[in-house]
Design a protein around this ligand. Structure first.
Ligand code: AMP
Length: 559
């Protein structure tokens, strides 16, 4: 084994290898210990588990549930009920999972053990990256990371995204020397101001940066789009050693000023590279970058072309697959390109069941009996008191690593758009938009972001697709009319039948003003979502968000 990994890192990899060989027994053992530990909790009692801890009794007595089914119990915990409703372990905090189409987050109870598993996964993942990319010496990471807010629930528990809890708990403080930004920037209350300072600190330490990262690909894409707007201001700050007046928050300002020193030569270099254009800018400004680290699968796929443009041949390492509820999979081949990323199940993270898609009866399969090529919905039982809980994700099994299933993230299981019998999910929407938006290049237009809405207020109802283009000053009507026709023509067969029968109305393509998607983000973040975990909602139903979209429409095309 490679000598540059520490003993702890080698042990973490060896432990995972061992668990991969004994995955089935490990899963049965984990379930049994969860059930033993929580035998007295109200939920398991209510379902007649009576101290039983075998898989058969568990599956026959405890139902599969949706997050909404558990909401009343979880709300009681948040309100201060400590009577062991779901778990005998003390609940240490409440996690807010990323928003849904309504812009609302799910509440998830967290325990110390859940957090330890997440940290263990981060550690393992870093060890694998270090091993596979032969990283001998850690440089610095330009990490577009934002702490977000912690709210206090009625019962006193703090609620926030898992990244917010981690960052505000101080657990990551020992890693700060590896980040180019000081803590004051990470904890800043305003995402745009922190983003600016992340860029500035990253440029000031350009030679030392070996990784550019964000939790989700949107984070890096958005930061570099912003860089395109503010690079002259950044150059001015570096040339003069003063900080732009756009940074109004005292703590962010103070923390950044401590790093800022006048460096006219660096300013000149940044200026000369930026005027050359944005393709390959990462390697030109951060010459020692080894890789980009961020999630590029699922709803993050649309951002891959942007990362490839900014990074050119810098490898993109796709982050692991997890949720607030539990860790799910790890990327064992960090050097695989985004489109080839598969995850390997982490067998000590939760007890996993797999519900085959399109099958009557709701019988789950365990990890040893999955069919390669088939899609399954993930059902998890966690160390923090969720039992047979629908995570809401669909995976496609690609094979096995020893006894552990490997899979691609397929999509969220929810249907996003539906007027009649048509059911359009996130993956289909993303694929249709990706296919159609290729036409934009012909008119020198570029799609920045998109979302959708099934409008039931008209008769018949119809799909509305909202696009924000990079430069709305020079849109090409002819091409946009064609895009609108194509969007309408490329959705699924039931959609086409509905259109032909007149039960679905003509599709609307709305071009919105620049910055509209930033305004959507700001609104969602102000409602308590985490900036680090923020994902553009691909379907919007909330009245407030629709209002932002509708008041920003520049022109409408109808198929
Ligand atoms: P959150 O609870 O806010 O962390 O969101 C968790 C959800 O994000 C998961 O259930 C997935 O739908 C999505 N997600 C997390 N990691 C990945 C990944 N590597 N690839 C695709 N989707 C992911």
């Amino acid at each position: 084994m490679v000598a540059f990994l520490s003993k702890d890192e080698l042990d973490a990899i060896a432990e995972f290898e061992e668990s991969a060989r004994h995955a089935a027994s490990m899963q049965a053992g984990l379930l049994s210990s969860i059930l033993h530990h929580n035998a007295s909790c109200a939920y398991l009692q209510q379902h007649g588990m009576d101290g039983l801890s075998d898989v058969g009794s568990f599956k026959s007595r405890v139902p599969i549930v949706d997050p909404e089914d558990l909401h009343p119990l979880i709300q009681r915990i948040a309100d201060g009920d400590c009577s062991g409703l779901l778990t005998s372990s003390p609940i240490t905090s409440m996690l807010l999972s990323s928003g849904t189409s309504s812009g609302r987050s799910r509440l998830v109870p967290a325990t110390t053990e859940l957090r330890q598993i997440t940290l263990k996964r981060f550690f393992l993942s870093n060890a694998i990256i270090k091993r596979d990319l032969s990283i001998f010496e850690a440089g610095k990471s330009l990490n577009f990371i934002y702490a977000g807010k912690l709210l206090t629930k009625k019962g006193g528990l703090k609620a926030g995204s898992s990244s917010t809890h981690h960052l505000r708990s101080g657990v990551h403080l020992d890693r700060l020397p590896q980040w180019t930004s000081p803590l004051g920037v990470v904890l800043g209350p305003n995402v745009r101001q922190s983003m600016y300072c992340h860029l500035l600190c990253g440029l000031l330490q350009a030679e030392e940066v070996t990784v550019i990262s964000s939790f989700l690909a949107y984070g890096i894409t958005e930061a570099f789009r912003f860089f395109e707007d503010v690079w002259e201001e950044l150059c001015n700050d570096i040339a003069t050693g003063t900080l732009s007046c756009r940074i109004t928050d005292d703590s962010v300002r103070g923390a950044t000023l401590e790093r800022l020193q006048r460096d006219p030569q660096l300013a000149e270099k940044v200026h000369s590279e930026c005027v050359k254009g944005w393709s390959g800018i990462i390697k030109r400004l951060w010459p020692n970058v080894i890789y980009i680290n961020t999630i590029v699968t699922g709803s993050m796929e649309p951002y891959v072309p942007y990362l490839k443009n900014y990074g050119e041949d810098v490898p993109i390492v796709c982050g692991d697959y997890g949720s607030s509820e539990c860790t799910v999979g790890i990327n064992l081949s960090p050097i695989s390109p985004p489109e080839k990323v598969v995850f390997t199940l982490v067998p000590y993270a939760a007890y996993f069941e797999f519900l085959p898609l399109n099958q009557e009866g709701g019988t789950t399969t365990d990890l040893t009996e999955l069919e390669v090529g088939k899609e399954y919905e993930l059902i998890v039982t966690t160390v923090a008191g969720l039992y047979r809980y629908r995570l809401g994700d669909v995976i496609t099994v690609t094979g096995y690593y020893h006894a552990l299933p490997q899979f691609r993230f397929a999509r969220r299981s929810n249907v996003m758009l539906s007027i009649n019998t048509d059911k359009t999910d996130e993956r289909e929407l993303c694929e249709v938009v990706k296919r159609v938006s290729k036409r934009l290049k012909g008119g020198n237009m570029d799609l920045l972001d998109f979302t959708s809405h099934a409008d039931h207020s008209s008769r018949p109802g119809h799909y509305t697709i909202f696009w924000e283009l990079k430069n709305t000053a020079c849109t090409n009507d002819y091409i946009l009319i064609q895009c609108c026709q194509d969007l309408d023509a490329f959705f699924n067969d039931p959609y086409q039948r509905g259109r032909a029968a007149g039960t679905i109305g003509p599709l609307e393509l709305c071009i919105v003003k620049e910055q509209t998607f930033q305004n959507i983000m700001v609104f969602v973040l102000e409602s308590g979502a985490s900036p680090t975990q923020y994902k553009t909602p691909r379907c919007i139903n909330s009245v407030a968000l629709l209002n932002i979209l509708r008041t920003s429409v520049l022109c409408v095309y109808t198929s």
